[in-house]
Design a protein around this ligand. Structure first.
Ligand SMILES: Nc1ncnc2c1ncn2[C@@H]1O[C@H](COP(=O)(O)OP(=O)(O)OP(=O)(O)O)[C@@H](O)[C@H]1O
Ligand SMILES: [Mg+2]
Length: 448
């Protein structure tokens, strides 16, 4: 800014007296005062002008960087201002949009501009109306328009502000999201399926391994007995032929008949044991197919638990006392047969665990969780579960029991049943004096 020079004042006229001089001096002083005021005002004006330009610049940059479409109309519905997003969307220059009736921007005669104008001054305006705009090459994707009234400095309606968001993009993103979701669901189902196949594979491998052992010693024993039979047949033939006693004794020694007879007992016992083991494994495998078909039914869990605990306890000749602490009604949705089987497994395990203990006891309890789900717990006063077994007890064929006592499938099957019911089965060892607590939860279901 260049500071303007003050004007040159005329010198006082020749021969004026001192009074006139004083008047002139006063005039000049006043003029200088006025002039400096003028300068101050001009500086002030220029500062305000610069601030105004900055504000204008700021508003223009904000409007042009808004990604939504912006249309400003006067109160007759003529376009006064648009932003870059509209220019980009329509492909039309600003000059082709400004001053036109806003209706001319829409591709279809939706009657919307009239509705917009009718709503002028209404507090709620118009929101999320889908329209298509005319573009240089035809018609745009749908745009969701929101319209509100623009108020002037005196608080009167001065026109409309329309803000539009292209929804084509959003719709495409939504469709892509839906497709991704469907893909994910399919992948998840495949995973579940392959997990099922994998666990079936593990089961089959386990069954093969478990069966292999008893079958191989049954096979070995039968093989030995077949050889013994030949020797017995030879010896008996001699006996039936009434050979003399010396010959018979010779044969008896040669064929090692006494040793053979001594071996027969353990061979038969071992073979029987193997057969029992095979039959146990098969019996337990058959539990796997225990009615898992059909829809879950509404059932009283307390009733199921009580019957199951009773059955398990009745199966023992000198079993420990089993006490039940169950609420009168515990309605849930589920498969009664399967849940019965889980409780029988847990109570049988608990009874096994306390079999050799002083003060043996088993306690069964159930209740409802704060979230509406149900829980069942089976506690015993047995030795508890050693730290290094805690993670293994749910594995198929993990057992610490002797042949004929257990196959190690009970907890594995129970775990699967509870998981299929949407619940969870967990175990913990109790603090001294010790024992184990198995607890399962079932989710709250609608309509129970
Ligand atoms: N209440 C318990 N206290 C201590 N150990 C337990 C208890 N319940 C289960 N276990 C341990 O977990 C193992 C596996 O139990 P699981 O019920 O799966 O098989 P099992 O009882 O051995 O045989 P099955 O149930 O197939 O006849 C048991 O052998 C035992 O070692
Ligand atoms: Mg068991």
């Amino acid at each position: 800014m260049t500071t303007p020079q003050p004007p040159a004042f005329p010198p006082p006229p020749e021969g004026s007296d001192s009074l006139q001089d004083a008047a002139w001096i006063e005039v000049i002083r006043k003029m200088e005062e006025v002039y400096s005021d003028l300068i101050r005002h001009e500086v002030d004006l220029e500062r305000k002008n610069a601030a105004l330009e900055d504000a204008q610049q700021f508003i223009t940059s904000v409007v042009s960087s808004v990604s939504d479409v912006l249309i400003v109309c006067d109160n007759k519905g003529h376009v006064q201002q648009v932003n870059k997003a509209l220019v980009d969307l329509t492909g039309l220059p600003e000059s082709a949009l400004i001053d036109r009736p806003v209706a001319a921007l829409f591709a279809e005669d939706t009657g919307l501009p009239r509705r917009f104008c009718d709503r002028m001054g209404e507090a709620e305006g118009v929101s999320d109306v889908e329209v298509r705009l005319r573009t240089a090459s035809g018609i745009s994707d749908p745009v969701a328009i929101n319209c509100s009234t623009r108020i002037d400095a005196r608080g009167r309606p001065a026109g409309l502000v329309l803000i539009g968001r292209p929804v084509g993009e959003l719709r495409r993103a939504y469709q892509a999201l839906n497709a991704a979701h469907a893909d994910l669901k399919q992948a998840q189902q495949q995973l579940v399926q392959s997990e099922k196949m994998a666990s079936l594979g593990r089961l089959v491998a386990g069954v093969a391994h478990e069966l292999n052992n008893p079958i191989s010693f049954v096979y070995g024993n039968v093989h030995s007995m077949a050889r013994y039979r030949d020797r017995i047949v030879t010896y008996l033939a001699a006996v039936h032929d009434n050979v003399d006693i010396e010959e018979r004794e010779r044969l008896r020694k040669e064929l090692r008949i006494d040793r053979l007879l001594g071996d027969l007992g353990p061979l038969i016992d071992g073979t029987l044991e193997g057969a029992v083991r095979v039959s146990d494994i098969v019996k337990n495998l058959r539990r796997l197919s225990f009615s898992s078909q059909g829809e879950p039914e509404r059932l009283d869990l307390s009733g199921v638990v009580s019957t199951a605990a009773h059955w398990a306890a009745k199966g023992r000749v000198r079993g420990a006392p089993v006490t039940c602490d169950l609420p009168p009604d515990l309605w849930i949705m589920g498969h009664a047969g399967q849940l019965h089987q889980v409780v029988v497994n847990l109570v049988e395990n608990a009874l096994d665990a306390v079999a050799d203990r002083d003060n043996p006891s088993v306690r069964v309890a159930a209740g409802r969780d704060a979230d509406g789900g149900a829980w069942v717990a089976v506690e015993d006063t047995g030795p508890g579960i050693p730290e290094d077994h805690i993670l293994k007890v749910f594995d198929p064929f993990f057992t610490t029991k002797t042949v004929g006592q257990g196959t190690g499938l009970g907890l594995w099957i129970s775990y699967g049943i509870i998981r299929d019911h949407g619940g969870a089965l967990a175990v913990e060892s109790l603090p001294p004096p010790g024992g184990a607590r198995f607890r399962f939860t079932l989710p709250a279901s609608a309509g129970v």
